[in-house]
Design a protein around this ligand. Structure first.
Ligand SMILES: Nc1ncnc2c1ncn2[C@@H]1O[C@H](COP(=O)(O)OP(=O)(O)OP(=O)(O)O)[C@@H](O)[C@H]1O
Length: 121
Protein backbone atom coordinates (compact mmCIF):
# COMPACT_ATOMS: atom_id res chain seq x y z
CA UNK A 1 0.00 0.00 0.00
CA UNK A 2 2.80 2.41 1.04
CA UNK A 3 4.46 2.47 -2.41
CA UNK A 4 1.32 1.92 -4.44
CA UNK A 5 -0.09 4.66 -6.68
CA UNK A 6 -2.78 5.49 -4.12
CA UNK A 7 -0.33 5.31 -1.18
CA UNK A 8 2.01 7.83 -2.85
CA UNK A 9 -0.88 10.21 -3.61
CA UNK A 10 -2.10 10.05 -0.01
CA UNK A 11 1.43 10.68 1.29
CA UNK A 12 1.76 13.62 -1.14
CA UNK A 13 -1.46 15.07 0.25
CA UNK A 14 -0.03 14.73 3.76
CA UNK A 15 3.14 16.65 2.79
CA UNK A 16 1.01 19.34 1.15
CA UNK A 17 -1.12 19.73 4.29
CA UNK A 18 2.06 19.92 6.37
CA UNK A 19 3.29 22.70 4.03
CA UNK A 20 0.00 24.58 4.36
CA UNK A 21 0.24 24.33 8.16
CA UNK A 22 3.88 25.57 8.09
CA UNK A 23 2.84 28.55 5.96
CA UNK A 24 0.02 29.44 8.37
CA UNK A 25 2.28 28.99 11.40
CA UNK A 26 5.41 30.83 10.22
CA UNK A 27 4.63 33.21 7.35
CA UNK A 28 3.33 36.65 8.35
CA UNK A 29 2.06 37.47 4.84
CA UNK A 30 0.03 34.23 4.71
CA UNK A 31 -1.27 34.91 8.23
CA UNK A 32 -2.48 38.37 7.13
CA UNK A 33 -4.14 36.87 4.06
CA UNK A 34 -5.75 34.18 6.21
CA UNK A 35 -7.23 36.84 8.50
CA UNK A 36 -8.50 38.73 5.43
CA UNK A 37 -9.99 35.45 4.13
CA UNK A 38 -11.85 34.98 7.42
CA UNK A 39 -13.00 38.62 7.36
CA UNK A 40 -14.43 38.37 3.83
CA UNK A 41 -16.05 35.04 4.72
CA UNK A 42 -17.82 36.78 7.62
CA UNK A 43 -18.73 39.63 5.23
CA UNK A 44 -20.16 37.08 2.81
CA UNK A 45 -22.38 35.67 5.57
CA UNK A 46 -23.40 39.13 6.80
CA UNK A 47 -24.34 40.38 3.31
CA UNK A 48 -25.75 36.98 2.35
CA UNK A 49 -23.92 36.98 -1.00
CA UNK A 50 -25.12 34.71 -3.79
CA UNK A 51 -23.81 31.24 -4.65
CA UNK A 52 -21.91 32.61 -7.67
CA UNK A 53 -20.38 35.38 -5.55
CA UNK A 54 -19.22 32.76 -3.02
CA UNK A 55 -17.56 30.82 -5.85
CA UNK A 56 -15.66 33.92 -7.04
CA UNK A 57 -14.72 34.83 -3.47
CA UNK A 58 -13.42 31.36 -2.61
CA UNK A 59 -11.49 31.24 -5.91
CA UNK A 60 -9.90 34.63 -5.17
CA UNK A 61 -8.86 33.49 -1.68
CA UNK A 62 -7.32 30.30 -3.08
CA UNK A 63 -5.58 32.23 -5.86
CA UNK A 64 -3.95 34.75 -3.51
CA UNK A 65 -2.95 32.29 -0.79
CA UNK A 66 -1.71 29.77 -3.36
CA UNK A 67 0.40 32.42 -5.11
CA UNK A 68 1.75 33.64 -1.76
CA UNK A 69 2.68 30.10 -0.77
CA UNK A 70 4.61 29.59 -4.00
CA UNK A 71 6.25 33.02 -3.59
CA UNK A 72 7.38 32.01 -0.10
CA UNK A 73 8.86 28.80 -1.51
CA UNK A 74 10.73 30.74 -4.22
CA UNK A 75 12.11 33.16 -1.59
CA UNK A 76 13.23 30.29 0.65
CA UNK A 77 14.85 28.51 -2.30
CA UNK A 78 16.62 31.71 -3.39
CA UNK A 79 17.95 32.32 0.14
CA UNK A 80 19.11 28.70 0.34
CA UNK A 81 20.98 28.56 -2.96
CA UNK A 82 22.43 32.07 -2.59
CA UNK A 83 22.22 33.59 0.91
CA UNK A 84 24.28 36.67 -0.08
CA UNK A 85 23.01 39.76 -1.85
CA UNK A 86 22.87 39.32 -5.61
CA UNK A 87 20.98 41.32 -8.24
CA UNK A 88 19.77 38.08 -9.89
CA UNK A 89 18.30 36.87 -6.56
CA UNK A 90 16.64 40.26 -6.17
CA UNK A 91 15.17 39.93 -9.68
CA UNK A 92 13.92 36.37 -8.99
CA UNK A 93 12.26 37.47 -5.74
CA UNK A 94 10.73 40.57 -7.36
CA UNK A 95 9.26 38.50 -10.21
CA UNK A 96 7.81 35.94 -7.76
CA UNK A 97 6.27 38.77 -5.74
CA UNK A 98 4.88 40.19 -8.98
CA UNK A 99 2.89 36.98 -9.41
CA UNK A 100 1.28 37.55 -6.01
CA UNK A 101 0.56 41.14 -6.98
CA UNK A 102 -1.43 40.00 -10.05
CA UNK A 103 -3.48 37.62 -7.88
CA UNK A 104 -4.05 40.30 -5.22
CA UNK A 105 -5.22 42.90 -7.77
CA UNK A 106 -7.70 40.38 -9.22
CA UNK A 107 -8.94 39.56 -5.69
CA UNK A 108 -9.49 43.25 -4.89
CA UNK A 109 -11.41 43.72 -8.17
CA UNK A 110 -13.58 40.68 -7.38
CA UNK A 111 -14.23 41.99 -3.85
CA UNK A 112 -15.22 45.36 -5.32
CA UNK A 113 -17.65 43.75 -7.78
CA UNK A 114 -19.22 41.65 -5.01
CA UNK A 115 -19.50 44.13 -2.15
CA UNK A 116 -19.87 47.54 -3.83
CA UNK A 117 -23.55 46.92 -4.74
CA UNK A 118 -24.30 45.65 -1.19
CA UNK A 119 -22.59 48.58 0.54
CA UNK A 120 -23.79 51.27 -1.91
CA UNK A 121 -27.13 49.93 -3.19
N1 LIG B 1 19.68 38.22 -1.55
C1 LIG B 1 19.14 39.29 -2.15
N2 LIG B 1 19.78 39.89 -3.18
C2 LIG B 1 19.21 40.96 -3.79
N3 LIG B 1 18.02 41.51 -3.48
C3 LIG B 1 17.34 40.93 -2.48
C4 LIG B 1 17.86 39.81 -1.76
N4 LIG B 1 16.97 39.46 -0.82
C5 LIG B 1 15.94 40.30 -0.95
N5 LIG B 1 16.14 41.19 -1.95
C6 LIG B 1 15.23 42.27 -2.37
O1 LIG B 1 14.37 42.54 -1.27
C7 LIG B 1 13.01 42.23 -1.63
C8 LIG B 1 12.33 41.60 -0.43
O2 LIG B 1 12.90 40.34 -0.21
P1 LIG B 1 12.56 39.45 1.04
O3 LIG B 1 13.19 38.13 0.88
O4 LIG B 1 12.90 40.21 2.27
O5 LIG B 1 11.04 39.30 0.82
P2 LIG B 1 9.83 39.88 1.63
O6 LIG B 1 8.95 40.55 0.64
O7 LIG B 1 10.29 40.62 2.82
O8 LIG B 1 9.26 38.49 2.03
P3 LIG B 1 7.99 38.10 2.84
O9 LIG B 1 7.03 37.63 1.79
O10 LIG B 1 8.52 37.02 3.71
O11 LIG B 1 7.54 39.33 3.59
C9 LIG B 1 13.12 41.31 -2.85
O12 LIG B 1 11.95 41.35 -3.65
C10 LIG B 1 14.35 41.83 -3.53
O13 LIG B 1 14.04 42.98 -4.31
Amino acid sequence: MRDSFLGKRIRGGGYAMKGAWLLLKHEPSIQVQFVIAIAVTIAGLVFDITRTEWLFQITAIGLVMGAEGLNTAVEAMADFVHPDFHSKIGHIKDVAAGGVFFAAVVAVIIAGFIYFPYIFP
